[in-house]
Design a protein around this ligand. Structure first.
Ligand code: AMP
Ligand code: MG
Length: 269
């Protein structure tokens, strides 16, 4: 079974019972770090070629959504995997606590504004899923407003996909112990102090609530047009390899084509 299949959350009602404890965050597909590094270099090369084709074709775009608790490796994935991309047709958008202006609009407003134009790849560091995760954990909106959001998100993503935006969603799955270790490392390393926030302390307290909120989002919002992938992310090298491979497979499946030349190139021969 290919990775695209293995880590994909199958759309449909049966996934309502999705439990993250059934997904092993240490899974490594019997790979060794040394083997994976050369394969990652190969995927980086392919990714860059396919990005060039996407840019040339100029009729589709791709958005890559990264979600996961603090210290799950969103920043590291961007650096190690997306570092292979040409900045000319790629950008990263980080979604923070909404500003006053953002809060005065509907919650999808800021997300739609950041959707990639044709030919481009957008990487979302967090996304509209915060509006059903952080918001759910902290009870930031009443339940009767929260419940319809899962359907609204599916409708929004369907709308984007019908308008030539391919959507890939990665949940970086780490264990509670691994998170504790990583936050401890940040505390020990003065160059990482800036990354530690009050939220990192609170998340430990709310771990179960985050887990439950992610389970809801992953099961209710994995669709044929915008599937969720649960990436085992305790091992950073495996995480990078898995994400890179799924991006390459997805770009391959887009069957991108170079546009027809606008002039008779034989004249230049
Ligand atoms: P970081 O990604 O570490 O820079 O942190 C960004 C913070 O913004 C995280 O704690 C997110 O949970 C929070 N955040 C992002 N989007 C929202 C949202 N829509 N509502 C509430 N908090 C959010
Ligand atoms: Mg953080």
């Amino acid at each position: 079974m290919g990775l695209n299949q293995k880590f994909r959350v199958k759309p449909g009602k049966t996934t309502r019972k999705l439990k993250l404890k059934d997904w092993d965050p240490n899974y490594d597909a019997d790979k060794r770090k040394e083997d994976v590094e050369s394969e990652l270099a190969h995927f980086s090369g392919r990714m860059s070629e396919l990005q060039y084709k996407l840019f040339a074709a100029n009729n589709h775009s791709l958005v890559i959504i990264l979600q996961g608790v603090d210290a799950s490796g969103k920043d590291g994935t961007i650096r190690h995997v997306m570092g292979a991309l040409n900045p000319q047709s790629c950008y990263v958008k980080s979604f923070k606590v909404p500003t006053e202006e953002e809060l005065s609009h509907d919650y999808l407003w800021r997300v739609h504004m950041a959707a990639p134009p044709k030919g481009q790849i957008a990487i979302f560091n967090r996304s509209h899923y915060e509006d059903v995760i952080e918001v759910r954990v902290r009870n930031l909106v009443p339940k009767n407003e929260l419940t319809p959001r899962y359907r609204q998100i599916n409708d929004f993503e369907r709308y984007l996909s019908e308008n030539h935006v391919t959507i890939l969603k990665f949940f970086l799955h780490i264990s509670k112990d691994e998170q504790k270790k990583r936050i401890k490392e940040r505390v020990m390393d003065p160059t990482k102090h800036w990354k530690v926030s009050e939220g990192d302390l609170l998340i430990r307290k709310y771990w179960d609530k985050y887990t439950e909120s992610y389970e809801q989002a992953l099961s209710r919002c994995s669709t044929h047009w915008a599937p969720w992938y649960i990436i085992p992310a305790n091992l950073k090298w495996f995480r990078n390899w898995a994400v890179a491979q799924i991006i390459v497979n997805t770009l391959d499946q887009m069957k991108l084509k170079y546009p027809q030349p606008r002039i008779d190139v034989s004249k230049f021969a």
